[in-house]
Unconditional design. Structure first.
Length: 558
């Protein structure tokens, strides 16, 4: 391999190419994405999905989807469905049908029995609390269980009776017999089976005992012939245990490689904490558009391409770090800028009356759908005597460089006429401007302008008589702190942003009433939005995807 090619590889690719060059597994590459179906996938899972599926694609290999469903207390079929949907939406397909650790419950039971027969596992009657106390601290050796030296025959009998459901929950566990003096706490006789009389979403009530994650995960990789078990850094200390099982059971030697998980500022990636947000009603559900779940980001309007690009930009790291949320938003804007039409929507309306425009008259103005892509074509906008503009586009006492609407000033309406502001009306109580009066230059129509008037500013608008009312959901960060889970002595819920959602009523151009759920567009000069699933035929609901302001790109230019 040339030095240039080697330098372009990430460290996982270097391991894989080393294995290929050494003829390991006959050059075969087989990865897997193994989520637990106990919640919706989040931004952190995006990186794991991207790594596993893209590497399999690069090396002509295969990628499995396997649900590590070993805890019936927290797993649901709804979660399984959401996981499959999210992966497909991201643009990936797994090898064959999806797989489950529960597919291997019988095989895993036989593996555990084999360990007992080899004198490498025993049934322990101690409580969970007693076992934790016996394990001790990393700096001091643990204490062996009084049940550690039970005979093989007794252990086999007790484990078989556990399988038959003879014992109550918590009364016994099966532990691997490894080393109670190991500095690695995972090797201090870990629990590999526990009694749990609970209904499983796939196997029903067939099993009263369930393998622990650390026992099922690695062995499931082995059963499937996974060549490269790619997982996040938190599993680096579990690797010696997985390798011990492989060695003692003499099974397929999957190679575990750890990478840094995706941590994004202002987002959390603990499914337990995300579930708390849902259960306590802080969000509307797992797919709330403020949530860092894939479903939430999809509902908000993040394109799958943008998430894939974001994963590629952030690369594959060996050390945990926190990525700026602005980079994620840059990736979203980059895609939407090329793919979305520009439309007219007024979020904070102020009425404008064109006093010299004939009452009852209307005409249609032609405007481009996307100046970045002529192939998107053009459309026509209705125009009339009364319009709505953004309140912020008018100022009574405007500074010299304010090039929007102001008394005695000229401003162009996008794809329409130039207006001259002659006056305004105010509320006698509040002093707020309630209406602006203008005249228009009839020969200043966009594309046909012969007026000779030079207007420095251009603003968007909607015709008051044609505009439709819409609900617009404006989002801010869900948390006020970029790392809400890292503050000792404080609950992450203390950092919830009370202003993360603001609902306003806006006026939109009439063509948007035909937009389907999920449709994406740029509200001119305001931001990128998408049609929410709460929309009806009579009223559209839009979610703010991301604003037009791009602080990350500006920072890179400095």
């Amino acid at each position: 391999m040339s030095d240039d090619k080697k330098a372009s590889l990430n460290f996982i690719e270097e391991f894989i190419e080393e294995d290929i060059n050494n003829g390991k597994h006959k050059g075969r590459v087989h990865t897997r994405f193994p989520p637990e179906p106990n919640g919706f996938l989040h931004i952190g899972h995006c990186k794991a999905i991207w790594i596993n599926f893209e590497l399999a694609k690069k090396y002509g290999g295969k990628a499995n989807l396997r649900m590590d469903d070993t805890n019936p207390s927290t797993e649901k079929t709804d979660y399984v469905d959401s996981i499959k949907n999210d992966i497909n939406w991201l643009g990936y397909e797994w090898e064959g049908t999806e797989l489950y650790s529960s597919d291997y419950f019988q095989q895993l039971y036989e593996y555990a029995t084999r360990l007992i027969e080899k004198g490498l596992a025993y049934v322990d009657d101690s409580t969970v609390e007693e076992i934790a106390e016996m394990k001790g601290e990393p700096t001091a050796p643990g204490v062996e269980s009084p049940y550690r030296n039970r005979s093989i025959a007794e252990n086999l009998d007790l484990f078989q009776r556990m399988r038959k459901g003879e014992f109550p929950d918590g009364s016994r566990v099966l532990r691997a017999k490894i080393d109670m003096t190991s500095p690695n706490m995972h090797l201090r006789d870990p629990i590999i089976y526990r009694i749990k009389h609970e209904h499983h979403h796939r196997t029903g009530n067939e099993w009263p005992i369930y393998p622990m994650y650390d026992f099922a995960h690695g062995q499931s990789d082995s059963i499937e012939g996974i060549t490269h078990s790619l997982c996040s850094l938190e599993f680096i200390h579990h690797r010696p245990l997985y390798n011990w099982f492989i060695e003692q059971l003499d099974i397929f030697p999957s190679r575990q490689i750890e990478f840094a998980r995706m941590n994004v500022a202002y987002m959390i990636t603990s499914k337990r904490k995300l579930l708390k947000l849902v259960e306590e009603g802080q969000v509307s559900g797992w797919d709330d558009a403020r949530m860092p779940t894939i479903a939430g980001m999809r509902r908000r309007g993040y394109p799958a391409e943008a998430l894939r690009n974001f994963c590629e930009r952030t690369g594959v790291a060996k050390r945990d770090n926190v990525i700026e949320m602005e980079l994620l938003e840059f990736s979203v804007r980059e895609v939407l800028n090329k793919t979305t039409p520009r439309v007219m929507a007024v979020l904070d309306p102020l009425k404008v009356v064109i006093t010299n425009y004939p009452e009852g008259q209307e005409e249609f103005m032609e405007t481009e759908n996307n100046p970045e892509d002529e192939g998107m074509g053009k459309r026509k906008l209705p125009f009339s005597r009364e319009l709505y503009i953004e309140r912020g586009d008018f100022m009574v006492d405007a500074p010299r460089k304010f090039f929007r609407m102001k008394p005695e000033g000229d401003v162009r309406l996008k794809s329409a006429y130039i207006l001259h502001c002659e006056g305004y009306e105010t509320d006698p109580v509040t002093g707020e401007v309630t209406e602006v009066r203008c005249t228009y230059y009839p020969d200043s129509r966009s594309g046909e302008d012969t007026s000779g008037i030079k207007a420095k500013g251009t603003i968007h608008w909607v015709s008051a008589s044609h505009a439709k009312r819409a609900e617009v959901r404006m989002f801010d960060r869900l948390f006020t702190d970029p790392a809400p889970t890292t503050h000792e002595g404080k609950d992450f819920m203390e950092f919830l942003n009370p202003d993360s959602l603001r609902v306003i009523e806006a006026f939109i151009e009439p063509s948007l009433m035909d937009a389907e759920v999920g449709a994406q567009m740029q509200f001119m000069r305001k931001g990128y939005f998408c049609v929410d699933q709460d929309s009806t035929e009579d009223k559209k609901v839009f979610n703010l995807t991301v604003t037009l302001k791009d602080s990350w790109a500006k920072a890179q230019k400095k």
